[in-house]
Design a protein around this ligand. Structure first.
Ligand code: COA
Length: 255
């Protein structure tokens, strides 16, 4: 679909690599469509358990292709960028990201919808929307103030300066900073670790973390209903039997 999006499968991990280094991995409409198609595969193919997103050379992605913004501005819900944002924000299976370099615009906002985000020390982040006379996207105007408070979010979203991996980690935008030469291996190890876990339990746990219920009592009830059902689930039976038998659980037959 797009020569600039490379897809491969390693065990249960669907690796999606943005590969357009001549343009710092800027995302065109075809590239968004190709990543959205990968999310569709992740959703329907039961042997695929986790997505791992990364880039090449010095770029994760420099964001939306600015020429595309001028020539093919997104219009409506069905535009490739909106479909991509819907896919990443509603994915039930876990998303791991290895931020290997520049993460500009949507390169940073997509991280807010991912689960485990590792960044190399040389990664650079930026939300230059206002600098381009635009406004924040991908619910970053909601998620960032909630994550770090209005004043810290205002620095990122209104000033729009670049910031490094250390700052991204301290603000909670990423999970952890790692050495550049270890980045892919660390992210892949985390992805494979997730891929070996009980798939339905993972999906339900991620769903709870993204639940709209923000009242503590209501959330405990929501968790309680699912928790009780889980106790008699085949996955939990396998987990507990494996514990009693002092062996590793095998969730490969579940989907
Ligand atoms: N859209 C289209 N082309 C882009 C791009 C983008 N988002 N980001 C980089 N490019 C292109 C440049 O135009 C240049 O193309 P050319 O070689 O044909 O002239 C090439 O990628 C290399 O970029 P360059 O600016 O020379 O590299 P740099 O290392 O000096 O700077 C960036 C890299 C990413 C910091 C800088 O290119 C930049 O700020 N890009 C725009 C980022 C942006 O605003 N994204 C949109 C957010 S909503």
């Amino acid at each position: 679909m797009s020569e600039f999006i490379k897809i491969e499968q390693q065990d249960g991990v669907l690796v999606v690599r943005i590969d357009r280094p001549s343009k710092k991995n800027a995302l065109t409409l075809d590239m968004y469509d190709a990543i959205t198609a990968a999310f569709e595969r992740l959703s329907v193919e039961s042997e695929l358990r986790v997505m791992l997103l990364t880039g090449v050379e010095d770029s994760f992605t420099s964001g939306n292709d600015i020429m595309d913004f001028i020539q093919n501005p997104p219009t409506g819900e069905n535009s490739p960028v909106m479909k991509f944002l819907e896919a990443i924000s509603t994915a039930e299976k876990p998303i791991v990201v290895a931020v290997n370099g520049l993460a500009i615009g949507v390169g940073t906002t997509m991280l807010l919808h991912s689960d485990l985000v590792y960044a190399g020390k040389k990664a650079t982040f930026q939300l230059p929307f206002v600098n381009l006379a635009l406004v924040p996207e991908a619910a970053s105007s909601l998620i960032l103030p909630k994550m770090m408070g209005h004043q810290k979010a205002a620095e990122l979203l209104l000033l729009g300066d670049k910031f490094d991996a250390e700052k991204a980690e301290s603000l909670g935008v990423i999970t952890r900073t790692v050495a550049d030469d270890e980045l892919f291996d660390v992210a892949m190890a985390a992805a494979k670790n997730l891929a070996a876990k009980a798939p339905e339990a993972l999906r339900l746990a991620k769903g709870l973390m993204k639940s709209k219920t923000d009242n503590i009592e209501e959330r405990m009830q929501e968790e309680g209903v699912i928790f009780q059902k889980r106790l008699t689930s085949p996955e939990a039976l396998e987990a507990m039997t494996a514990f009693m038998e002092r062996r590793k659980p095998d969730f490969s037959k579940f989907d």
